[in-house]
Write a protein that binds this ligand. Structure first.
Ligand SMILES: NC(=O)c1ccc[n+]([C@@H]2O[C@H](COP(=O)([O-])OP(=O)(O)OC[C@H]3O[C@@H](n4cnc5c(N)ncnc54)[C@H](O)[C@@H]3O)[C@@H](O)[C@H]2O)c1
Ligand SMILES: [Zn+2]
Ligand SMILES: [Zn+2]
Length: 377
C-alpha cells in the first residue's frame, strides 16, 4: 500500500532542521505483513531524543531509514501465524526487538536480546526483512524494528503489546519508550523501594517518567536536576522534593551537602557526559548510578576506580527500563489508570508531518517534553 512517511536520507545535517530538513516526507510503498508480522495504523508517535540523536549522527544507522520508535496504533491486518491479535486491537510498540528464545530472552531480559539487536542494526524487522521501499523500488531501512514516523507500519508480533481500548492512543504511545525507559529504570533496574531516596539527572520525557516512577514507588526524597530551570519548576509540581540547577561547578557539592554525602540511587536520563559525571559525583557511598541516557557512541566516562571498590558503588546501564514489555506495560498502564503516571502532562503538542523538522529543533533546544506526531491527522 502507498503511505506517507518521514525518511532520513543523511545523518548529521546542520541545524536549524527547519532549514536543512533532514526528514523528507514522501509517499512510499509498504508491503503487506508476512508470517509473524502485522500491519498497524500509527495513531501517535513521540519525538524522542534518541530520534534526534539519529538525526545528529550520534550513532550511525543504515540509510535511508524511516525513524520513529515510540508509538501506539491500531492493528489493521495480521499476517499468517498470528492468532492472538486481530483487526481493531490497540497496541503499544516495543523498540527493542527480541527473539524470545535466546539466553537473555528466556532469563527475562528481552531488552538486551542480541538476535533482535542484530536485525535492528541491519535496518530490518526481527523477521529478517524490510517492508518499506521508495516508489522507485529502493529499499528503506526500519528503525528499531518499527519505523513509526509513517501512517502505517508493518511490525513483528513481538514488537507490539495489546492494550485496553480505554487508554487514549496518544498517551499510550509514550509508554512505548519514555515510560518504559524512565519509570522502568526506577522500578525495575533500580528496584526502588518505598521510603528510599533517589535523584534524577535530566528531566526530559524519559527523566520525568523516572520522577513519576519514583513518586509511584513511594520514594521519601526525590531530587530532580536539570540545566533548564523550567524543567525544575515542573518537577517540583510533579513530586520532586528538592531541585538543583545543573551546569555550574557547585551543583554536585550542593547536592552532596543537602543529602548528607550523596543520594543512594541516582538515575541519569540526560544522555550527556557532564550529566553522567554529575550523577556519579552525587551518588552516595554504597549507592548506584544508573544511566539510561544515550550519548555519542564513542563517548567515554572516567571514574575513580579505587573508591568505586572501597565504597561499594555501582554504575549500571538501563535499557528500555529493564522491561519485559508483556509483563511491564500492563503494570505501567495500571499505574496510569490510577493517575500515578500522568503522561498526558508531558505532551507539549500534537504535530503533523509538516512540523516534524521544526519539532526536532524544539527538542534540541530543550524547550519541550513530548511532541506527538499524528501521521494520519
Ligand atoms: N536507555 C534507553 O532505553 C533509552 C530510551 C529512550 C531514550 N534514551 C535516551 O535518554 C536520554 C533522554 O531522552 P529524552 O527523550 O528524555 O530527552 P530530552 O531531550 O527530552 O531530555 C533531556 C534532558 O536532559 C537535560 N540535560 C542536558 N544536559 C544536562 C546536564 N548536563 N545535566 C542535567 N540535565 C541535562 C535537558 O535539559 C533535558 O531536559 C537521551 O539520551 C535518549 O537518547 C534512552
Ligand atoms: Zn526513545
Ligand atoms: Zn533473544
Amino acid at each position: 500500500m502507498r503511505i506517507k512517511a518521514a525518511i532520513l536520507f543523511e545523518q548529521g545535517l546542520p541545524r536549524p532542521y527547519a532549514t536543512s530538513r533532514p526528514l523528507v516526507i514522501e509517499e512510499v510503498e509498504l508491503d503487506p505483513p508476512g508470517p509473524g508480522e502485522m500491519l498497524i495504523e500509527v495513531a501517535a508517535a513521540g519525538l524522542c531524543h534518541s530520534d534526534l540523536s539519529t538525526i545528529e549522527n550520534q550513532r550511525p544507522r543504515p540509510l535511508p531509514i524511516v525513524i520513529g520508535h515510540e508509538g501506539a496504533g491500531i492493528v489493521r491486518e495480521v499476517g499468517p501465524g498470528i492468532t492472538d491479535l486481530k483487526e481493531g486491537d490497540h497496541v503499544v510498540t516495543v523498540f527493542a526487538p527480541s527473539c524470545g528464545n535466546c539466553r537473555y530472552c528466556v532469563r527475562g531480559r528481552p531488552n538486551i536480546c542480541p538476535t533482535g539487536n542484530a536485525f535492528r542494526a541491519a535496518g530490518q524487522l526481527p523477521t529478517g526483512v524490510r517492508r518499506l521501499k521508495r516508489l522507485d523500488g529502493t529499499p528503506i531501512n526500519h528503525n528499531s524494528g518499527l519505523s513509526l514516523y509513517a501512517q502505517y507500519a508493518v511490525v513483528a508480533r513481538r514488537s507490539a503489546v495489546k492494550i485496553g481500548k480505554d487508554i487514549p492512543l496518544d498517551d499510550a504511545a509514550i509508554f512505548g519508550c519514555a515510560v518504559m525507559t524512565g519509570a522502568g529504570a526506577v522500578l525495575n533496574t533500580a528496584g526502588l523501594q518505598a521510603g528510599e531516596q533517589v535523584a534524577v539527572v535530566g528531566l526530559g520525557g524519559v527523566g520525568m517518567n523516572a520522577l513519576f516512577g519514583a513518586v509511584a514507588a513511594g520514594a521519601e526524597r526525590i531530587i530532580a536536576i536539570d540545566t533548564n530551570p523550567q524543567k525544575l519548576e515542573l518537577a517540583k509540581q510533579w513530586g520532586a522534593t528538592d531541585v538543583f540547577l545543573a551546569g555550574n561547578e557547585d551543583c554536585a557539592a550542593q547536592v552532596r551537602e543537602a543529602t548528607d554525602g550523596g543520594v543512594d540511587t541516582v538515575i541519569e536520563t540526560a544522555g550527556s557526559i557532564p550529566a553522567m559525571q554529575l550523577a556519579i559525583a552525587i551518588t552516595a557511598r554504597g549507592g548506584s548510578t544508573i544511566s539510561a541516557g544515550l550519548p555519542n557512541i564513542n563517548a567515554q566516562v572516567s571514574y575513580f576506580h579505587a573508591s568505586m571498590v572501597s565504597e561499594e558503588r555501582s554504575i549500571r546501564g538501563s535499557y528500555m527500563g529493564s522491561c519485559v514489555p508483556e509483563r511491564d506495560l500492563p503494570r505501567l498502564l495500571g499505574l496510569y489508570r490510577r493517575g500515578k503516571l500522568p503522561v498526558d502532562k508531558l505532551k507539549t503538542s500534537h504535530i503533523t508531518f509538516d512540523q516534524i523538522n521544526e519539532g526536532f529543533d524544539l527538542l534540541s533546544d530543550g524547550a519541550v517534553l513530548r511532541q506527538m506526531l499524528r501521521p494520519n491527522a
